[in-house]
Design a protein around this ligand. Structure first.
Ligand SMILES: NC(=O)c1ccc[n+]([C@@H]2O[C@H](COP(=O)([O-])OP(=O)(O)OC[C@H]3O[C@@H](n4cnc5c(N)ncnc54)[C@H](O)[C@@H]3O)[C@@H](O)[C@H]2O)c1
Length: 346
């Protein structure tokens, strides 16, 4: 039986960490990526960490016939679909890019998977793990958030995730042979403990941790803290930060469950605990020994006060739970950033 797993978007932040976790669990990962938001230098780093050549298919997930050819060539028993665009602000400014690449990319991949299953080329039932996001909960009425909370969207990025989730449900209804694991990530941060791979935003970071690390390394003068009048203990927004290594392990657990015959599922991947912006700043200063100057700025439209997961379902269904502490998230993020101030471009 093949142990090959195709990772669309596998050269990106979460995909690259997942590749290592899959390798360590005995799978043979293959990356499919167009490098629109990643750098080929990650491949050599991955080879150093795994001690093996990395298999890569360079191209666009929107090209259905090519994706089909990739599936026929590698015969994966499962696919993890990371490929997509993820910048909330950009999605508001350029919604068609998000509907085209995210929804169009998912349609293209699913059609290619369906085609190789239909003609009997696929080695197993179509098995997919999809990168969804806590953004599908919109502005939750309460915390912690369980998977049965109502879903909504506040921007085209979130809308695209919601549509893809619905598409997967419709597909399973039409064709129950599909095995689908939808993973709703909370806030992935940190880096591989080697310091060789990590998050490498091409532009001004949208997320807190890469911004904090860029301030600490001197690339930006200070951190803007958006809102200090939220109904939270210190007034700043509270989020569920999860170490990217834990997230990567969650993908291995999801694939093992699906390939072991489990029903399809939708689960939160979070720690179940929230940390405020100021707590993250303090933890990062402690882990790095560097000051992180900050200034309060007005709340940003669309930001919510608190967002953290109820992580019990993933533990029950997959036997998975997050293990890394906030200190480890900060220490690993710092090791990556301080060793690679210009990311992969250095
Ligand atoms: N990072 C987060 O905070 C977060 C949170 C929730 C969900 N997610 C989702 O997880 C997935 C991975 O996120 P990430 O942080 O690793 O992002 P990333 O941008 O680092 O990785 C995405 C990868 O997909 C590739 N890609 C994009 N469009 C493609 C296309 N048409 N064809 C082939 N490759 C393409 C990019 O080059 C990149 O390597 C995304 O779907 C994202 O929406 C991320």
């Amino acid at each position: 039986m093949s142990t090959t797993i195709l990772l669309t978007g596998g050269a990106g932040y979460i995909g690259s960490h997942t590749l290592i976790a899959l390798h360590e669990a005995g799978y043979q990962p293959v990356i499919l990526d167009n490098f629109s938001n990643s750098h080929p230098a990650v491949l050599e780093r991955l080879e150093r960490i795994t001690g093996q050549p990395v298999r890569v298919e360079r191209g666009d997930v929107l090209e259905t016939p090519w994706v089909e050819a990739v599936l026929r060539r590698h015969q994966p028993v499962g696919v993890v679909h990371f490929a997509g665009d993820k910048a909330v602000g950009e999605s508001v400014a350029n919604p068609l890019k998000y509907f085209h690449n995210n929804i169009g990319g998912a349609v293209s991949l699913l059609r290619a998977m369906a085609a190789v299953h239909a003609d009997g080329t696929a080695p197993a039932a179509p098995t997919l793990v999809f990168s969804s996001s806590a953004t599908v909960y919109g502005d939750p009425a309460s915390v912690p958030i369980t998977e049965d909370f109502p879903r909504s969207h506040t921007n085209p990025y979130g809308h695209s995730k919601l549509v893809i989730e619905d598409m997967l449900t419709a597909l399973r209804t039409a064709s129950p042979v599909w095995r689908v694991g939808v993973l709703r990530y909370f806030n992935p941060v940190g880096a591989h403990p080697s310091g060789l791979i990590g998050e490498d935003p091409a532009d001004i970071p949208n997320n807190l941790m890469p911004y904090v690390t860029q301030v600490a390394v001197g690339q930006r003068p200070y951190l803007n803290v958006y809102g200090n009048d939220y109904p939270t203990p210190d007034g700043t927004g509270v989020r569920d930060y999860i170490h990217v290594q834990d997230l990567a392990a969650g993908h291995v657990a999801a694939l093992q469950a699906l390939l072991g015959g489990s029903e399809s599922f939708t689960v939160n991947l979070g720690t179940g605990h929230g940390h405020s912006v100021l707590e993250v700043v303090k933890a990062f200063e402690a882990a790095s020994g560097r000051p992180v100057p900050y200034a309060f700025a007005p709340r940003r439209a669309g930001d919510v006060a608190q967002c953290y997961a109820d992580a019990a379902l993933a533990k029950r269904l997959l036997g998975w739970e997050a293990r890394h502490t906030l200190h480890e998230m900060c220490a690993d993020a710092w090791r990556w950033q301080s060793g690679n101030p210009n990311g992969y471009r250095g």
